[in-house]
Structures are given as C-alpha cells and as structure tokens.
Design a protein around this ligand. Structure first.
Ligand code: PEP
Length: 251
C-alpha cells in the first residue's frame, strides 16, 4: 500500500504576522516541486496571513489546536468553524506540549479530533511516550492507550482524513531522535492498534508520521522505514532552508 508522505511544520508559539509572511515567501518557491504533501501548522494569529500567502501553492494550511465545542464560554479557545472559515485544512490535536502543560488528556484529544472531523478538518493526532515511560518499558502500552483513546467512537470512514504523529516526548526539541528502527517499531505498534480497531486494510492506509528532532540529516533514514509516512517538524520548520531540506529529503 503506498501512502503519500506528509511533512507538516509545527511552528508552536513562534512567528508574528510579519515573520510569517517573510518565512512563507521564502519557503513557497523552495518546496514547490515537493514529492511529499507539505503543510504548515501556524499560531492562530498567523492563520489568515498564511492562508492568503499559500493560496494556490502546494503548501497546506494547518492550525495547532481546536476546541470540541461549536461555541460558548471557553475563553482562549478556537472552534472548528472558526478554523474552517479561514480555510484551515489540518489541525494538530494532542501535541505533547498540550498534554504536558495544558492538561490535555486522551479524552479531550478524542473530543477535539471528533470536532475537527465534524467540520471536515483533518486532525494530526499526536501520541508518544515520556522518557520515564520509555525507560520503564512502557512505550508500547502508552501509545496503544493513547491511540485507542484518541480514536474512541471515530468512524472508519474518517480514517482517510486523519494523520497520526508518533512523537516520543523525550525527542521533541531536544536534538535526540529515536533511531529509525525504534521509531518504525513503535509506529508499527500504533498501526497494529488501528488494525485491531478498524481492520488490517484500514491500518495499511492510515498515514503515521514521526516527530521529534527530525531534520535534514535524519529525514532520509527515518523515511526509508516502511511504517514512517512523513514527519511533524518543530524546530526545523522555523527556517525556510531547513524546512525545505526536510521536505525534499522525504522522497
Ligand atoms: C514537535 O513539536 O512536534 C516537534 C517534533 O518538535 P521538534 O522537531 O523541534 O523536535
């Protein structure tokens, strides 16, 4: 089963509107011939400007979170409708920084993913173990639990619109990467979990990225593994040249 790789930048809390414009103007020509699908998930304040700039290019627009309610008293949150209005296509859900610092749980990840799908946004659902969990041999259990939790009640028909990002928390922003074999092995555990829920055929079609200090140097090796369908890129998405090298390295 061939799956189109997707390289998505996660800008996190970086880039003002001015910086967004400068970065994207530089990036657009650099990735125009990319073989992989390319997306940038930008802060809410940059979505409108980014959307205008990448319109008509091969770069897809993404956000970094979405709330599960349509509207209401949720100060600081953003609804799927609000993102849709700005022509957002992808939205990151359950990033480890949200889980660590903002109380995100498997249940809220599931609710956010469902809200995104309900408005035809494509969630990039993040799962991954902490260092302590890896060291105590819990990696598989953690990603199985997070995957089952995130997909609770989600229809098989929606799988084509979902990307999973396996991001070992200890590898995010640290310069430490899982070895390509380890990443591939854990991603196969995630894929098998999808298989248990939805069947083998569905498991073979869903795209699963690796994330965690992925860069121009390690992208080719990671992408050479059978289960890895691209990357969610933090640090290396903040400079056009760096991101281009990851995108072009993900053949
Ligand atoms: C991320 O934030 O999703 C990420 C993978 O960050 P970095 O590439 O900087 O490790």
């Amino acid at each position: 089963m061939s799956r189109l790789p997707i390289i998505a930048g996660n800008w996190k809390m970086n880039n003002t509107i001015k910086e967004t414009k400068a970065l994207l103007k530089e990036l657009i020509p650099l990735v125009k011939d990319a073989k992989a699908e390319v997306a940038v998930c930008v802060p809410y304040t940059s979505i409108a400007a980014a959307g205008r700039l990448i319109k008509g290019t091969n770069i897809k627009l993404g956000a970094e979170n979405v709330h599960w309610s349509d509207k209401g008293a949720f100060t600081g949150e953003i609804s799927a409708d609000m993102l849709k209005e700005l022509k957002v296509e992808y939205v990151i859900v359950g990033h480890s920084e949200r889980r660590q610092y903002f109380g995100e749980t498997d249940e809220t990840v599931n609710k956010r993913a469902k809200a995104a799908l309900g408005r035809k946004l494509k969630p990039i659902i993040c799962v991954g173990e902490l260092l302590s969990e890896r060291e105590s041999g819990q990696t598989d259990n953690v990603v199985i639990r997070q995957t089952k939790g995130a997909f609770e009640g989600i229809d098989k028909a929606d799988l084509a619109d979902i990307v999973i990002a396996y991001e070992p928390v200890w590898a995010i922003g640290t310069g430490k990467t899982a070895t390509a074999d380890d990443a591939d092995k854990t991603i196969s555990v995630i894929r098998n979990t999808i298989g248990e829920i939805y069947g083998k055929a569905a498991a073979s079609t869903i795209r699963i990225q690796y994330g965690g200090s992925m860069n121009a140097k390690n992208v080719a090796e990671l992408m050479s593994k059978p289960n890895i369908d691209g990357g969610l890129i933090g640090g290396a998405s903040l400079k056009a040249e760096d991101f281009k090298n990851v995108v072009l390295g993900a053949k």
